[in-house]
Design a binder for this molecule. Structure first.
Ligand code: ZN
Length: 256
């Protein structure tokens, strides 16, 4: 209880040292957990074919891009869809279509509320992080619970909002039993790229690549590019696989 008296009597130099100590602490806290954006690749195709790629599509929130969903069904292109609890609630019709084609669609965990799996408080691309280990755990488990309520098999893969993680969050998610889905080709730049650039990036995929794009932005030009890029890959003879059908190898401790 003597602290207030000490504070009053504090020498100016002591105050300065305290201020320096505080700013060093703040700088350390800000840099305590450099975030990682893990990659994921498939093991090389031993079949001697043109190659295999995995298409992963995030359904963060919002609506369904039916241009992409229809193209996948019509052209029989398998995909792994990372869905949030929020998206599942608002897109029952799309979920029904995906569940009607279990040979094409594998649904995996993109979190309950689309909150970045980063266990220190910060903003990533303007989105507030989970901010604590408990909140990361809640995001992962609520995403899995939302998928379970649709009757889908239990998810095995997790991809956090923004696809950036603190290393300690990665370790925790692995302990919860999930592999973490990075990627090797950023197909649509968060669905913000134009159709032409999106198509170019996706069409450039080679054997072993894991593509990320979005299926929840029906008004964005990028969606048109996703379809064009996929059709180009199909025309080249590449095979599409889901994450459960292939051996995905990630860095930063995400799959091993
Ligand atoms: Zn997302």
């Amino acid at each position: 209880m003597t602290a207030p008296i000490l504070k009053q009597n504090r020498h100016p130099l002591q105050k300065l040292l305290c201020a320096i100590a505080l700013s060093v602490w703040a700088a350390t806290a800000a840099h305590a957990a450099p975030l990682v954006e893990p990659t994921l690749r498939l093991k090389a195709d031993a079949g001697g074919n043109v190659g295999r790629v995995a298409l992963t599509l995030d359904a963060c929130g919002g609506q369904t891009d039916t241009r992409i969903l229809s193209a996948l069904v019509e052209n029989r292109i398998p995909a792994t869809i990372f869905v949030t609890g929020i998206w599942l609630k608002r897109n029952a019709a799309a979920v029904e279509i995906m569940r009607a084609h279990p040979d094409l669609f594998e649904l995996e965990n993109h979190g309950g509320h689309h909150i970045p799996a980063v266990d220190t408080p910060q903003k990533i691309y303007g989105i507030r992080s989970a901010g604590s280990p408990e909140a990361v755990r809640a995001e992962v488990e609520s995403g899995a619970a939302a998928l379970a309520r649709t009757g889908e098999p239990a998810p095995k893969w997790f991809r956090g909002a923004t696809a950036e993680y603190s290393p300690s969050a990665i370790a925790m998610i692995r302990k919860l039993g999930f592999k973490i889905a990075g990627f090797s080709i950023n197909g649509d730049g968060g669905s913000l790229l134009g159709a032409k650039e999106t198509a170019r990036r996706i069409a450039a995929a080679k054997d072993g690549d894991v593509i990320i794009a979005h299926i929840n932005q029906p008004t964005h030009a990028a969606g048109e590019g996703v379809v064009q890029g996929l059709l180009a890959l199909k025309a080249k003879g590449l095979t599409f696989v889901r994450l459960d059908d292939a051996d995905g190898v990630g860095n930063d401790g995400t799959t091993d």
